[in-house]
Design a binder for this molecule. Structure first.
Ligand code: ATP
Length: 255
């Protein structure tokens, strides 16, 4: 049974007063439990729109998103809140940290909302902070932290609940190559522990850490490639080649 199924998803932005933009035309794919998927595509191809729909931050104009056999549009708003709180971790492209809270309290926020005790929260944070390299900045505020530090705090906030499904929008966008590699290794570890990861990225280096890469173009999933038994470098080469082909408009392989 797939963890997540997207059937013929369409998303049109705009209102009576503004021009309509078809961000997603017809997107269908399934995500099995335990997958690590990277979503790639040029700027404006609808990647963030797709993650936002899966995260129930927005609703599709047409089509169906099914999580664990339950169509999301059948869920009551209280169930949707519970799904976001209990099952989902989301790393936002622009981090979405609260500037009135310290980095530590930003990270604790989802646990506070779920009723965790202070010592349980501290124990979880102590485990992940060194890997993310944020131990020294936990008592700073987001506005006192660099973009890369804020991104790592946002990742900590998303993974501290040990979500069944981690959605990450450009999680290495603000990071140097060393930190990016560290984050991708962390995502791989999380995935090996059984969590499903769906990540939007422009970076071939980051995408090659995934087990499958979906390519979005013109509002559809245009192509996908699986890592299989390929080495990291071979898979990265294949992703690069596919990107070049897609940039040239050379393949037509709608899923
Ligand atoms: N809230 C919105 N209202 C109107 N149009 C929107 C909105 N959000 C996104 N769009 C438009 O929908 C299209 C897809 O945007 P989206 O942010 O999903 O792309 P993306 O692939 O994530 O881009 P990037 O890689 O630059 O982050 C774009 O044309 C964008 O301008």
């Amino acid at each position: 049974m797939p963890l997540l199924t997207l059937k013929n998803i369409q998303k049109i932005y705009g209102s009576k007063l503004t021009p309509k933009i078809e961000a997603l035309k017809n997107v269908s794919f399934t995500v099995e439990e335990g997958e690590f998927i990277a979503i790639m595509g040029e700027s404006g191809s609808g990647k963030s729109t797709l993650l936002n729909l899966i995260a129930t931050l927005d609703t599709p104009s047409a089509g169906e998103i099914i999580l664990n056999e339950t169509p999301l549009h059948d869920l009551k708003s209280s169930d949707i809140s519970a799904f976001r709180r209990n099952k989902l971790g989301f790393v936002f492209q622009d981090f979405n940290l609260l500037n009135t809270f310290t980095n530590r309290d930003n990270i604790y926020l989802p646990l506070v909302l779920s009723g965790f005790k202070p010592n349980e929260m501290a124990e979880r944070l102590t485990k992940i902070a060194p890997t993310l390299g944020i131990t020294e900045i936990l008592d700073r505020y987001p506005y006192e932290s660099s973009g890369g530090q804020q991104q790592r705090v946002a990742i900590a906030r998303a993974i501290i609940t040990q979500p069944e499904l981690l959605l990450a929008d450009e999680p290495t966008g603000a990071l140097d190559s060393r930190s990016s590699k560290m984050i991708m290794n962390l995502f791989q570890t999380i995935n090996q522990q059984g969590q499903t990861v769906l990540m939007v990225t422009h970076s071939t280096k980051a995408a090659a850490h995934a087990k499958r890469v979906l390519f979005i173009k013109d509002g559809i999933v245009f192509h996908e490639i699986y890592k299989g038994d390929d080495s990291y470098l071979t898979f990265m080469e294949k992703i690069n080649e596919m990107q070049i082909l897609l940039d040239q408009g050379g393949v037509n392989n709608e899923l």
